[in-house]
Design a protein around this ligand. Structure first.
Ligand code: BG6
Length: 511
């Protein structure tokens, strides 16, 4: 492929292919909500791993902002503690020491002017001492009700002022709880930061296998023609988790599975699987195609038959007997918040007319797996007899997002022997067998991209609002539809989910 090809500009390529190292320039990161679970589990280890891979500038600075009464040393010890157990790259003391020299903590809440003034003074100090060049990314890992205060304070204190270096805001979900609230949040954020400086996190887009959907479809000839109603009967997108709410009951109650992951991760997977080929892979062209397909997407009713909702009860998860949702600490037993959600969507386009997209997600299911299964129509004419093909099911193309990342194709094959019997076989590509390279953690990729101003893997304000527009009718229906069904932990969800598909003679895959 020549270097003049538009694909050469593909921002999703890794550094080896682009022959240009993707190293962040002078910059720093401020994390709001640094004492939270996400920061400890994902953000802080990701920063260390980026530093360890040599992708952060030497003077990189990390400022934690929070209400704790921590000194720099105490915060540094907290970061070390969070990082030590979770890093994916080998531990290197010299890298840690260099990173630690740029770690600072500023104590404050989201309303006190003087605290933000202290933060502004700290960033200026880091600019002078560490050479961060006035380039700052503000990571809002805080509940959305604080976005407005934080953005206003960033503006008031001059922290959002991009005259002397770029200023970007990175925002964690949940981004609103319906279309109206998301529109309002976007209005608030965009009143301080232009859209080009806003990076909304959907960590599924940072996953290697999710980016591979584009490669599978558009770098190859053999799959793409099949992605249409001519060949595909229906699509199943599954995000199953084996974990329960654990310590997150407070966050989760009132949000539920559909708002937590269907509005964002699952609808983004749908968009990537169903969109048309972008003219190039520049962020704008990619987003235009994603937005187009989201605009054509609607939930299919009647929702009593096309959706399902559940709450897990106690049961065996592997060899462990786990408590039910209503026994989880901090969860209101009267709550109707769902831990399982399934719904059916249609895409009103020539390519997908008549092909249902069934999406499901749940906690405490049989096992942890995320996959996209394109289930093919049966051959229009079958030359083999019903007896010969009775063991054959529909052909399926499965994009396995996690774990066991890879792609699987199921098709019928002749059973060895003198008879002409057909049985299903799998053709299986596995990342771990095909590549020696280790995939970076999604948060590593996304933090680096935000520092590099590469916006392809971040949903825009319009995509977020569209996704709520798609889901709102289902959420509104559920709000008046009584309690979710129960399902036992370790199973594959409520019986309503099976009924959803069986009315059309279909079945959920058991991944
Ligand atoms: C988050 C959800 O976005 O994704 C969590 O808020 C969920 O509820 C998590 O557990 C799953 O992420 P992953 O990467 O482990 O599939």
């Amino acid at each position: 492929m020549s270097s003049e090809s538009p694909l050469w500009e593909n921002p999703l390529r890794d550094s080896a292919d682009r022959r240009v190292p993707r190293i962040a320039g002078p910059s720093g990161l401020v994390i709001f909500g640094v004492t939270g679970d996400l920061a400890r589990r994902k953000l802080l280890p990701a920063v260390y791993d980026l530093a360890n891979r040599g992708l952060l500038p030497a003077g990189f600075s990390l400022i934690g902002y929070g209400r704790r009464d921590w000194t720099k040393e105490e915060f540094e010890a907290e970061v070390l503690d969070a990082v030590r157990d979770r890093v994916r790259t080998p531990w290197r003391q010299a890298v840690w020491e260099q990173l630690a020299a740029g770690i600072q903590f500023v104590k404050g809440d989201f309303v006190t002017d003087s605290a933000f003034d202290d933060l502004a003074a700290m960033t200026r100090r880091m600019d002078e001492e560490r050479g961060t060049g006035g380039n700052w990314a503000y990571y809002l890992s805080v509940p959305p009700q604080y976005f407005s205060e934080v953005c206003n304070q960033l503006e008031r204190s001059g922290l959002a002022d991009s005259t002397d270096g770029w200023k970007r805001v990175v925002i964690e979900k949940p981004f609103g709880h319906d279309e109206d609230s998301a529109t309002e949040l976007n209005r608030i954020v965009n009143s301080v930061f232009p859209e080009s400086s806003v990076f909304r996190i959907d960590h599924y887009l940072g996953k290697e296998t999710v980016q591979n959907i584009l490669v599978l479809r558009f770098a190859n000839q053999m799959f793409e023609p099949l992605f249409s109603s001519g060949y595909i009967d229906h699509v199943q997108i599954t995000m199953a988790e084996d974990i329960g709410l654990g310590g997150r009951a407070g966050y989760y109650d009132g949000i539920g599975a559909a708002r937590d992951v269907m509005q964002n991760h699952l609808l983004q997977l749908l968009a990537l699987v169903a969109m048309d080929e972008p003219v190039t892979f520049s962020p704008d062209e990619l987003k235009a195609e994603k937005l187009k397909v989201l605009k054509a997407t609607r939930p299919v009713g009647p929702f009593a038959q096309t959706t399902a909702r559940g709450q897990y009860t106690a049961g065996w998860q592997g060899s462990e007997y786990v408590p039910g949702l209503r026994e989880e600490e901090g969860f209101d037993p009267a709550s109707t918040t769902e831990t399982y959600a399934a719904a059916t969507f249609e895409i009103n386009s020539r390519r997908w007319a008549g092909v249902p997209f069934h999406l499901r997600t749940g906690k405490r299911l049989g096992r942890r797996v995320t996959e996209i299964a394109l289930v093919f129509k049966d051959a229009p004419h079958q030359s083999f007899s019903p007896e010969q093909t009775e063991a054959q099911k529909s052909n399926v193309l499965v994009i396995r997002v996690q774990p066991d990342e890879g792609v699987l194709l199921r098709f019928g094959s002749k059973v060895p022997g003198s008879a002409m019997d057909v049985r299903d076989v799998n053709m299986d590509f596995s990342y771990s067998e095909a590549f020696t390279e280790q995939s970076p953690e999604a948060y590593e990729r996304l933090i680096l991209d935000a520092l590099l101003d590469e916006a392809s893997l971040f949903p825009t304000n319009e995509e977020v609002e569209e996704s709520w527009r798609i889901l709102d009718p289902v959420l509104n229906y559920w709000a008046t539809a009584g309690r979710p069904e129960d399902y036992e932990s370790g199973t594959w969800g409520p019986s309503g989910a099976d009924r959803m598909l069986s009315r059309h003679g279909r079945k959920w895959r058991r991944p």
